[in-house]
Design a protein around this ligand. Structure first.
Ligand SMILES: Cc1cc2nc3c(=O)[nH]c(=O)nc-3n(C[C@H](O)[C@H](O)[C@H](O)COP(=O)(O)OP(=O)(O)OC[C@H]3O[C@@H](n4cnc5c(N)ncnc54)[C@H](O)[C@@H]3O)c2cc1C
Length: 425
């Protein structure tokens, strides 16, 4: 496979003075300024940020699939991101609303807040229009260093800066992670659904397999996408059962299905301890996106951090993997240390609370002031927010609460479990 080069005829970037060859299907080696491996949310948004802020830079965005970002839908509150990031995101938006609501067994609430959705088909189209032949699809990278990548076809692409945005491994070390998993179906209905704005959480359903909730987004008057999400102890998804459950949810709401237009599945780890797998080793590419551990530890959202990091990296004056790493090191600690609080919440949710009562954590947060909720989702909870959230935690045994506050305790428990485990020999 030589790899398909996307060409929209627009924005292919200026050629560098190094040897290059961009003919589709050709396998000759090439060289450029920035190589990004993985055309998911992080890789594509980073490429887009660089192309916008540094249009002279020669970029390659390499994706193993035949479409950027697979088949996914992302949502975010406008307060999750800054104004500069919003400028990058605006052309990619599939739908926007000025309010959203949540429903829990004991409360129902609406929020006046700009709420946006990006769907991968729109994302692919817009990013492709902007980046054109800088994107290489159907091109799996088999090997990489801080100065080059090798494609499955054998082609070598050298780069002054190499970023690894291949996404996170969903099979982390046992016991150190739970999972957020989801199936979403886009339905076309026979008549208008009448829903004006998204329902971000509908937890009025039996709490199976952890915190279970539906999420509904109206796309046009007869189309909507419904997700069934789980904060679960395991990554397994019973597709047949969940598809049936989504269909009966639609029926219960009084909506008559005309057809199913699309289905999407995602599973992501919900970490209990710091992401130690992310590498900052010299000689290796610099990891970004979920690969680098840059995501909200409780919600798993990576869009806000991805854009913060893209902005930081695009400010590096003499771009190389080493200079990008050095710059990111300065910002990494505050970005990642904020996640410590969300990992405490995860441990309380998963280890100190009963699975069927897990929904209480989110119900309590959604009862708090809107600004606190906005800071929570943006991953910027203040110290007083953190205290308020912990103080309002659902009732749970003191000893279990206490033993889960410190990350160290979990590591100790796990290592003593491994030490006392019988040998397999
Ligand atoms: C249920 C669920 C819902 C979520 N909803 C949101 C949301 O609404 N908002 C939000 O901000 N986040 C959301 N997330 C979290 C997270 O932001 C997304 O999962 C996001 O897509 C992660 O982006 P990424 O670019 O890091 O990884 P990915 O999207 O996984 O992208 C990695 C890319 O790298 C490619 N790749 C892998 N290996 C190679 C290789 N060897 N060579 C070339 N290419 C390769 C893959 O094909 C893929 O396209 C959600 C997660 C889950 C589980």
């Amino acid at each position: 496979m030589g790899g398909a080069i996307v060409s929209s005829g627009k924005g292919s970037g200026k050629s560098s003075n190094k040897s290059t060859n961009h003919q589709a299907g050709e396998n000759s080696n090439e060289s450029c300024d920035l190589v990004i491996v993985g055309g998911g949310l992080a890789g594509s948004l980073t490429a887009l940020t660089f192309a916008t802020l540094k249009p002279d830079l020669q970029i390659r965005l390499i994706e193993s699939g035949n479409i950027l970002s697979g088949h996914q839908t992302w949502v975010f509150r406008e307060s999750d991101v800054g104004a500069a990031a919003m400028d990058i995101l605006r052309p990619l938006l599939s739908n926007s609303w000025s309010e959203y609501s949540v429903e829990f067994p004991k409360m129902k609430r609406s929020f006046s807040q700009n709420f946006h959705c990006i769907r991968s088909q729109d994302f692919h189209r817009e990013v492709t229009a902007k980046l054109g032949s800088r994107i290489l699809l159907d091109s799996k990278v088999n090997k990489m260093s801080d100065g080059f990548v090798v494609l499955e076809s054998g082609k070598v692409i050298e780069g002054r800066c190499i970023l690894d945005a291949r996404g996170i491994d969903v099979a982390p070390e046992a016991g150190l992670s739970a999972f957020l998993k989801s199936i979403g179906i886009e339905f076309k209905l026979k008549s208008p659904h009448g829903l004006k704005s998204p329902v971000a959480v509908d937890a009025n359903c039996p709490q199976l397999d952890g915190f279970r909730y539906f999420e509904v987004m109206p796309l046009d008057e007869k189309r909507l996408i419904v997700f069934e999400n789980y904060y679960s102890d395991n990554p397994k998804l019973n597709r047949e059962r969940i598809v049936r459950s989504l269909e009966s949810y639609v029926q219960r709401k009084g909506w008559e299905k005309d057809s199913v237009l699309r289905e999407e599945t995602s599973v992501l780890p919900v970490p209990m301890v710091a992401n130690l797998s992310a590498s900052l080793t010299a000689g290796e590419p610099l990891q970004i996106g979920t690969r680098g551990g840059y995501f909200h530890s409780t919600t798993t959202d990576s869009l806000p951090d991805t854009l913060r990091i893209a902005e930081i990296l695009s400010g590096v004056s003499d771009l190389s993997t080493a200079s990008a790493r050095e710059t990111l090191m300065k910002f990494r600690r505050p970005i990642l240390s904020r996640q410590r609080f969300y990992r405490i919440l995860n441990r309380l949710m998963f280890f100190a609370s009963e699975p069927t009562l897990r929904f209480n954590f989110f119900q309590n947060i959604y009862e708090m002031p809107q600004e606190l909720i906005e800071r929570f989702y943006a991953g910027r909870s203040s110290w007083s927010d953190r205290l308020r959230i912990l103080r309002r935690r659902p009732a749970m045994p003191f000893s279990r609460t206490f033993s889960n506050l410190r990350e160290r305790n979990l590591r100790d428990r796990l290592s003593s479990r491994h030490d006392t485990a019988p040998s397999s020999n």
